[in-house]
Design a protein around this ligand. Structure first.
Ligand code: SF4
Ligand code: ZN
Ligand code: ZN
Length: 321
């Protein structure tokens, strides 16, 4: 991880008082209030640059530092961004980890005065995430991410939200893209998240906002700490061994050479992608749930998982009788 904290005395770039943080990619030191202003300005600029004009926004809040920083910043920017803000937390059923996350999120959102809902994953897939993971050979985070995206989209679509906002950060997207390049997965490059994806209601797809896409994980952590925002810092018990982590470490070396490289890398991919015709994926509707899918047999990835989980349940129940 790049050293963000000041190791020699620096002055805030804006007001000249003693700085508390140094941001290498901006080559700037800031005091507490000017770092907060820098952070929130970046969120607003990212959304403006990608054409966001406001609307009804549902924020997915997991309890981690990214989404807790996001909901707090969006609440402060609510008028400037012209948004109506609501939140949802998905209880994934990952034992104490989920219990702890649920508690932190509920008390924080109540204190902030944001309307929110807690949704249990079982309502959609008839099993907890650890159970679903047991039935699959795919990495836990790939399955969990897929299910979370599906749930957020269907809640938002059914309740007439324009956008879902999530806490994807620069480390997430740059690592995802780096892995896609290094493992020769061009379809992942086309699929990588962008700061704003407009709604496609005709395909039952709500728009997506990732306002922190040009802010690092460290920026989010710092924003939480300077604003006394609580967050769950324990690692998710299912995340260990995720291969993305190895690719993430590569960035440490690259950033030592050029602190702006991570932002430049992601922006270069986005700009290149904009030049490519958008006709890459044909969407169809899932024959079970009616939400979109690109699969030829018209079964979306979540219904496929649901079918497998139910089949295994029936087998186990038969064995018991
Ligand atoms: Fe799900 Fe992976 Fe996040 Fe755990 S770390 S909550 S498995 S996406
Ligand atoms: Zn200052
Ligand atoms: Zn489906």
């Amino acid at each position: 991880m790049v050293n963000f904290l000041i190791n020699k005395l620096k002055r805030c770039r804006v007001c000249g008082s003693t700085a508390v943080v140094f941001i290498p990619y901006a080559n700037a030191a800031f005091c507490k209030s000017h770092f907060i202003a820098f952070y929130e300005r970046k969120i607003k600029k990212t959304l403006d640059d990608y054409g966001f004009k406001g609307g009804k926004v549902l924020v997915g809040v997991s309890g981690g530092k990214d989404s807790m920083a996001l909901i707090y910043a969006l609440k402060r920017l609510q008028n400037d961004l012209n948004i109506d803000l609501y939140a949802v937390h998905i209880d994934l059923g990952i034992h104490e980890y989920s219990e702890k996350s649920k508690k932190i999120v509920s008390s924080f959102l109540s204190d902030l005065g944001i309307e929110f809902e807690i949704v249990n994953v079982r309502r959609f897939i008839n099993a907890s995430i650890p159970k679903v993971v047991q039935t699959s050979r795919r990495p836990a985070c790939a399955i969990c991410g897929l299910i979370k995206r599906y749930i957020l989209n269907s809640i938002a679509y059914e309740n007439d939200y324009d956008y879902i906002a999530t806490g994807h950060n620069l480390d997430d997207v740059s690592t995802y893209l780096l892995k896609a390049f290094l493992t020769h997965r061009s379809e992942d490059i086309l699929r990588a998240p962008t700061p704003v994806s407009p709604p496609k209601k005709e395909y039952k797809l709500v728009g997506r906002l990732r306002p922190q896409l040009f802010l690092s994980e460290r920026d989010n952590q710092l924003y939480c700490e300077l604003n006394h925002i609580p967050y769950i810092d324990d690692p998710c018990p299912l995340s260990s061994g995720a291969s993305l982590f190895k690719y993430k470490l590569l960035w440490t070396k690259i950033l030592e050479t050029n602190p702006v490289s991570q932002i430049n890398f992601v922006k270069t991919v986005f700009e290149t992608r904009e030049k490519i015709d958008e006709s890459v994926q044909k969407l169809d509707f899932c024959k079970y749930c009616g939400y979109p899918t690109t699969s030829d047999d018209k079964i979306c990835a979540v219904c496929r998982i649901k079918l497998r989980v139910n089949k295994l349940k029936i087998k186990t129940d038969n064995r018991k009788h």
